[in-house]
Design a protein around this ligand. Structure first.
Ligand code: 9MR
Length: 368
């Protein structure tokens, strides 16, 4: 009855079992050997009573949306603010969720505090970077499973070459490797990621990222993974499933772990069947990544249309996330569930495992 009412109110063509009555995404994801996450805001844990239950019920990975960034954690040199980030890490631990730390150094000049951006002396800049990474990665040592050490280092407009910022200007391109080495020193157990925007469709920016990553690996920089963001605007930058797979595979082939780190799919209010279109796009993003074994994490940049940065960026009404503003599941939820289920790893000892094992054995014999 409740499900019927939900259907009636949302008008979404939800398959039976979707949403409130459906299996939690985190349970399906666990069988697929992949973490399923959402970016979260500490403030909303306090102010919106409907927020926490869906976050903890559906997801097993949490990325602080802003709370671990430099302007928030160290607004003035040496003055650290950890309350909001602590609240998110505590919440994650209390609910069996892993934490993706985001981010030690966002290479965008406007995302670096003014006191850093104004520092022209290379040694002083190095000290600021060292102190920052030591304090932040040190505080969460052993509690953050993966860090986005450097975020968006590529030039956003040209798409090739590094984005100019105070670090590039005074320390040269080696600043990226320095940040990774510091992070490894401070928290040796964390997986270290480079996170980039606008590369899932391939093209020059993707090629530039691949070159950068190859250079970092060739010079022994401790890089474990690449985070591919996934802010999609339907009709503008919508990669096919095959394209996503190709992009993900290119990094996997270098021996790296890959995660989709910041998915949201904006669909304009006038787009016909927009929620079904969104579900298809979400299915393609996940399907492309999950086709590659090295794809280990899928994170949405929020989970309810009630709270999304897209509203501030483009104005309201783009409905980019999995649950609507009333926390009702949208068709994209079922697309996530179905795509994850398609990668489920059979449990050892089950009939399916046996059948899969026998088929693999037969194939090996045929090849031999
Ligand atoms: O969604 C985040 C927004 O709430 C913040 O105001 C903004 C600045 O901290 O960052 C947004 O998240 C960005 C992420 O950290 C990096 N990739 C792009 C995301 C959207 O701008």
């Amino acid at each position: 009855m409740v499900a019927l009412l939900l259907l009636a109110r949302t008008g979404h063509a939800l398959p039976v079992g979707a949403g409130a009555g459906g299996e939690p995404l985190r349970a399906v994801a666990a069988r697929a050997g992949v973490a399923i996450g959402a970016a979260a805001r500490a403030l909303l844990l306090e102010t919106d009573p409907r927020y926490a239950p869906v976050l903890a019920g559906e997801f097993d990975s949490l990325t602080p949306e802003i709370e671990m960034k430099w302007p928030q954690t160290e607004p003035e040199p040496g003055r650290f603010v950890f309350g909001p980030a602590d609240a998110l890490v505590d919440f994650a631990e209390a609910h069996g969720m892993r934490v993706r730390g985001h981010t030690l150094l966002w290479a965008d000049p406007v995302r670096i505090p003014d006191y850093v951006a104004r520092t022209g002396d290379p040694e002083a800049l190095r000290t600021l970077l060292r102190n920052h990474i030591t304090a932040v990665a040190g505080r969460y040592r052993g509690r953050v499973e993966a860090w986005d050490v450097v975020n968006e280092p590529l030039d956003p407009i040209r798409g090739t070459g590094l984005r100019s910022n105070v670090f590039l200007e005074h320390l040269g391109p080696a600043y990226i490797g320095e940040a990774f080495r510091l992070a490894r020193e401070v928290d040796p157990s964390a997986q270290l990621f480079l996170n980039e925007i606008g590369v899932l469709s391939g093209g020059p920016k993707f090629e530039a990222l691949l070159d950068l990553v190859r250079d970092l690996l060739a010079t022994g920089v401790p890089l474990d993974g690449v985070g591919l963001q996934g802010h999609i605007f339907a009709g503008l930058n919508t990669p096919s499933r095959e394209r996503v797979e190709e992009v993900v595979r290119s990094f996997a082939d270098l021996g790296l772990v890959v995660e989709l780190t910041e998915i949201d799919v904006s669909v304009g209010p006038a787009v016909p069947d927009r929620l079904e279109l969104q579900a298809r796009i979400v299915g393609d993003l996940l399907g492309g990544c999950l086709a590659v074994e090295a794809c280990r994490g899928i994170t949405f940049w929020g989970f309810t249309d009630r709270h999304t940065w897209i509203d501030d960026f483009l104005g309201p009404g783009r409905a980019p996330l999995l649950f609507d503003a009333e926390y009702r599941p949208k068709p994209a939820v079922e697309a996530v569930r179905a795509t994850l289920a398609a990668r489920a790893v059979p449990e050892p000892g089950t009939g399916l495992a046996l059948a899969t094992g026998l088929a693999a054995l037969a194939a090996t014999r045929r090849r031999a």
